[in-house]
Design a protein around this ligand. Sequence first.
Ligand code: ZN
Length: 203
Amino acid sequence: MKLICIGRNYTEHIEELQNEKPTDPVVFLKPDTAILLKKQPFFIPDFSNDVHYEVEVLVKINRVGKYIDRKFTHKYYSEIGLGIDFTARDLQSQLKAKGLPWEKAKSFDGAAVIGKWISKDEVDNVNNIHFSLKKNDNIVQNGNTSHMLWKIDELIEYVSKYFTLKIGDIIFTGTPAGVGKVIANDKLNGFLEDKEMFSITVK
Ligand code: ZN
């Protein structure tokens, strides 16, 4: 399975990193080895001094598809989740400056947190879900899927032009503003509406 991640999908986050607003979604992949194993702490890798959390809504693909038309994208997922796209920001900045791929900064072991899943029928509208991240019990990120530049169905249509989507693939839909650094002993808790979706500690 693969993790398909979207960058720069919320205007305020684009502004906080002083990135250009894209004309197409920014897409990158994480391998399955990036998934943080259940109940394990997140270990800050020794090659970075500035690892950031990025809370993101996740979509789990439930059937195989390629070139999926926007009319049918809703049939390709039945569950929504929440996770973190951990990013070694210092390394990513160096790679960006040289125009190099981001994988070393984003796809290292443990860099993908995948929380619980809920049926999309449990939410009234996937394009209006509130989500948040608490660090040490303080809210640091607040988002709503209504603020995505590309909505979930548009993302499925877009990425399926490039990659065949397979059962179990997961789309990370981008992070809202408020990203920041983690240090040892931080505790991160993610919420979709008022439901806790994950709880992890940093080592
Ligand atoms: Zn991200």
